[in-house]
Ligand binder design. Structure first.
Ligand code: FES
Length: 167
């Protein structure tokens, strides 16, 4: 089964755990240590599963609820693994009136995932987002750091093919 599916068993390595412990030690004494630790932990694991949150709570000697509360409050943190290519379709007003809802639905049909989930092969995850400040290019999507604007439903297959070709 795919490692990237929500609910799949956590598969962190000993090496990752050692690195996380070192990160916790580095920031532990700092005020507001939780945020930078979570950011670095997400860089390390790609997301923040409950197992990682438990390690952080233990390392900082704070309740797991506190860690979980911060992780779920900030949209930059993810509880589920992401694909190699993270597709975000802007459903902000300017994009929506120009058809981004249909573009999102087209991605759902083509990739077979939605709501932040990722494909079986781990290549793509798909989510909707709010305005990213590029309304002049509406409708807009991002794929990792790349911004694609003035799209139509007809562009979706081409975009997917482009990233698949990159491997
Ligand atoms: S509404 Fe989509 S970029 Fe602003």
């Amino acid at each position: 089964m795919c490692d990237c599916k929500q609910g799949v068993k956590f598969a962190g390595t000993v090496e990752q755990e050692e690195k996380l412990k070192a990160i916790i030690e580095e920031y532990k004494q700092m005020q507001g240590a939780l945020m930078p630790i979570l950011q670095k932990a997400q860089d390390l694991y790609g997301y923040l599963p409950i197992e990682v949150q438990k390690m952080i709570a233990k390392g900082l000697e704070i309740p797991l609820e506190e860690v979980y509360g911060v992780v779920t409050f900030y949209s930059q943190f993810s509880l589920a693994p992401k694909g190699k290519y993270k597709v975000s379709v802007c459903l902000g007003t300017a994009c929506y009136v120009k058809g981004s809802g249909d573009i999102y639905e087209k991605f759902v049909r083509e990739l077979g995932v939605k709501d932040g989930a990722c494909t079986e092969d781990g290549m793509f995850s798909l989510e909707a987002c709010r305005c990213i400040g590029a309304c002049g290019l509406a409708p807009v999507i991002t794929v990792n750091e790349d911004v694609h604007g003035r799209l139509t439903v007809g562009d979706v297959e081409k975009i997917i093919a482009t990233y698949k070709a990159k491997g």
